[in-house]
Design a protein around this ligand. Structure first.
Ligand SMILES: [Zn+2]
Ligand SMILES: [Zn+2]
Length: 154
């Protein structure tokens, strides 16, 4: 059974009632940063027994609203969740396998908010997503590329 003490404190700190599904989801997201809902449901069931998928969805919404969990959704990806909130860190996404890593901002707590033109908006968040190829994908070039050296077309 994963450690839930920290999750319990986080729930109390956010004035949320401590329930078993909330503890389970919060601990699971903490252990699997950037996991999508499907993997979170699987991991919750693994570690905590039978919790319904709908319960996990509801808890993720509640935790996101309470600011305990941050939802990120890079273009073309399903929503992913992490417990590293409040620092507005950025993400780097692999175009090939979709793996995601954290990138701290170079300048302070709420970075990149000094837009060159705010169009009269009051800005409270900036989102930066770096795209590229992860080390795993760069070191293992795909051998089924349709544009391979042999020129075979599928
Ligand atoms: Zn990759
Ligand atoms: Zn992150």
């Amino acid at each position: 059974m994963p450690e839930t003490t920290e999750a319990e404190e986080m729930l109390r700190g956010a004035k949320l009632r401590v329930t078993r599904p909330r503890l389970a989801v919060l601990a699971t997201v903490g252990e699997h940063p950037h996991a999508d809902t499907t993997s979170i449901i699987a991991a919750v069931r693994d570690g905590f027994g039978d919790v319904s998928g709908q319960a996990v969805y509801d808890v993720l919404d509640a935790l996101t609203d309470a600011g305990l969990v941050r939802r990120i959704q890079p273009a073309g990806s399903v929503a992913r969740y992490e417990t590293r909130t409040g620092d507005n860190h950025h993400h780097i996404v692999c175009r090939s396998c979709g793996s995601i890593a954290d990138v701290a901002c170079a300048v302070g707590d709420t970075p990149c908010l000094a837009a060159s033109e705010d169009h009269g908006f009051s800005i409270d968040e900036a989102e930066v997503v770096y795209w590229g190829t992860c080390p795993d994908c760069s070191s293992t070039p795909p051998n089924t590329s349709p544009k391979g050296p042999k020129g075979t077309h599928v």
